[in-house]
Design a protein around this ligand. Structure first.
Ligand code: ZN
Length: 388
């Protein structure tokens, strides 16, 4: 059980942002759900819960006491271990988290129907439990969540105060004083800087030296080339550099698609050498048709529009640019945080199975040792303590 997840879930009753009473009520709910008053839970939480100022001092002391007694496992970043533990055991996981960033590595999570349960408010202030179906995220949603996790690990994403990714850092280019730095050297493209300390110093993740700000980074968007339904290739479009895309573009810079087109595919003769021109403008991707056979935009609802020759047309995040019926370009979720907010898209809309604050994640731990004479409710036991 993800204790922080539950304690911070305001829909479970109480007025405070964090309330240990929700967890205690959930223990009763779990016993009822399992039809077993002796049902046991392995309680885990992330470290921030122990110092969460929205808990009372007494509640924090209780949590610390449980932790010291081995009844509560505490982890810094525990997303991956909780999934690994769930994979290795047959235990049910109590959480609201959709673990969308782990679906690629652990495909069993996708749409899972029997391993996850979630609490919900029951009658008269009680907390009940129900099965939950794990999300079936689309590719761009997984990419975005993976990106978010990478940013959080680098201290560049603030989930607690709702400001989201620290775009101002991501949108700048940085230089490390170490000449051969693989991350921020002269020859390096620049990856994710790290923010350190209360002052928010921006440092090299490799050398921990302060980085020099070289100015605004041109925006980039990553595009996927999907051929016959499968993503074959990805490439970047950079602001200020219109990119020709086609079978074998003459224009510079150009993205050559020929290697990704199957031997006998009609797309090989259908797609022009210079088929379309792509442009990043602000936070949007634009496309212009330069082909013989035309370029179309396919909307999420399945309708398609022909791109007029000579003009640029905006491509929505969930649209596809069709060069042929079997060859489409899609904007990848991977580039999301470098773009600032896409027009009309909320900054960080919760993904399926995630609820804003309740996203604080913890992990499932190996069973803590049972303590003998605990008083009152504790993790490790349901309503009644099992007698041995
Ligand atoms: Zn460095």
């Amino acid at each position: 059980m993800d204790v922080a997840n539950v304690v911070r879930e305001t829909t479970l009753g109480g007025n405070r942002g964090a309330d240990l009473g929700r967890f205690l009520a959930l223990l009763d709910g779990l016993a009822a759900f399992a039809g077993d008053d002796t049902a046991q839970v392995y309680a885990v939480c992330d470290r921030s819960l122990l110092t969460d100022g929205r808990l009372t001092r007494e509640e924090r002391q209780t949590l610390t006491g449980w932790h010291r007694a081995g009844l509560l496992a505490v982890w810094d970043v525990a997303d991956h271990p909780i999934i690994q533990a769930a994979e290795a055991t047959t235990a049910q996981v109590v959480t609201y988290d959709g673990f969308v960033d782990f679906h690629r590595r652990h495909p069993w999570l996708y749409g899972n129907r029997d391993r996850f349960v979630e609490p919900f408010p029951g009658p008269g202030g009680t907390v009940s439990v129900r099965r939950r179906i794990m999300p079936e995220p689309e590719d761009w949603q997984m990419s975005r969540k993976e990106e978010e996790s990478a940013l959080m690990a680098a201290g560049l994403y603030d989930r607690r105060d709702g400001t989201g990714p620290r775009t101002e850092l991501l949108l700048r280019r940085w230089r490390c004083p170490e000449p051969d730095c693989p991350a921020f050297g002269p020859a390096a493209p620049g990856t994710l800087p790290k923010r350190q300390g209360r002052g928010g110093r921006v440092v090299c993740p490799e050398h921990l030296t302060e980085l020099t700000d070289l100015g605004r980074r041109p925006r980039q968007m990553q595009l996927k080339v999907r051929v016959d339904g499968t993503v074959r290739h990805r490439f970047l479009v950079t602001e200020g550099q219109d990119l020709a895309v086609g079978r074998h573009p003459r224009a510079e810079p150009g993205e050559r698609l020929l290697p990704w087109l199957p031997e006998r595919s009609p797309a090989r003769s259908w797609i022009s050498r210079d088929h379309a021109l792509l442009r990043v403008s602000g936070t949007r991707l634009l496309v212009s048709d330069t082909s013989t056979n035309g370029t179309r935009i396919r909307l999420p609802d399945g309708r398609t529009h022909r791109v007029p020759t000579g003009g640029f047309r905006a491509v929505g995040r969930r649209d596809a640019v069709l060069l042929h019926d079997t060859v489409r370009l899609e904007v990848s979720g991977r580039s999301f945080f470098y773009e600032e907010r896409a027009e009309g898209e909320p900054a960080h809309r919760p993904l399926p199975g995630n609820t804003g604050e309740a996203q604080q994640r913890t992990m499932l731990a190996p069973p803590p040792p049972r303590s003998g004479g605990g008083r009152g409710k504790q993790p490790g036991a349901g309503r009644k303590r099992r007698r041995r």
